[in-house]
Design a binder for this molecule. Sequence first.
Ligand code: CO
Ligand code: CO
Length: 301
Amino acid sequence: MGPGDDAGVLRFKGNLIVETIDVITPIVDDPYTFGAICAANAVSDVYAMGGTPLSALAFLGFSSCDFGPPVIKRLLKGCVNKLKEAGACLLGGHSIEDNEFKFGLAVTGVVDKKAILKVDGASPGNLLILTKPLGTGILTSASKRGKIKGAALNKVIASMLRLNKTSSKAAVLSGARSATDVTGFGLLGHGLNMAKSSKVDLVIFYNRVPLMDGAKRYASEGIIPKGAQRNLEFCGKDVDFPKGLSNEDKLIMSDPQTSGGLLIALPAKGMRTFEDFAKREKMPYWIIGEVVKGKGRIIVK
Ligand code: CO
Ligand code: CO
């Protein structure tokens, strides 16, 4: 695969094996929930390739003075159950003493050669589909400051817990050649990766981009993760923004996501199949723009 793809792919006796790794620091307090989010986040790269996760190895860094066995057990339980939902099993793992808690997984999956979704497969005329609203970076920052809790926080958590399994299946079924998951580099970063690799431009309609409740409000209060700023600085020169789009709006589009949705470039003729499948599976999605001829830029309208 190219350097910008979501996972590495190995050919072995006619099968394609997908391998990827993701490690993150806690974004929620409850260890069970964090373990499950880590798993959903890690298997997402396999789904972004159009693949099926099979097994995982865990990596854990923690201080054994601060966290006892009950916390670690709950963490692993959350992880194993989410992997089970994805149809994958935890084979084992490794832990080290670490002052900063971190947890992640190396995931192995398989992908059908005909189903593979690559970042360089987007073509002019494709529709751009996003399968989760943006805002996990901003909203988990707000939660760390105690600004968001209860039902509002649970909605954000539910989004991070949702597997990209059905989104991936929908993309493959409807003939997509290209997808990527929106994670640390935000919508603009991952979108640019797709645009540059595919040698096309992406047109994104800002008012069609789904945002989580409160994302805009907290962003306007200045609750914006440093990563969003960094992403925007990095991507800004390759993005045309419309006059009048506020800096907050730009930062929201650069907000780093944990277990974000898939960005899918879908041939227009596959839209009907996609729509039907999404309806059947009660899967949310938003058509946020389209792919046009170009040289690897994003045009926000
Ligand atoms: Co990815
Ligand atoms: Co990743």
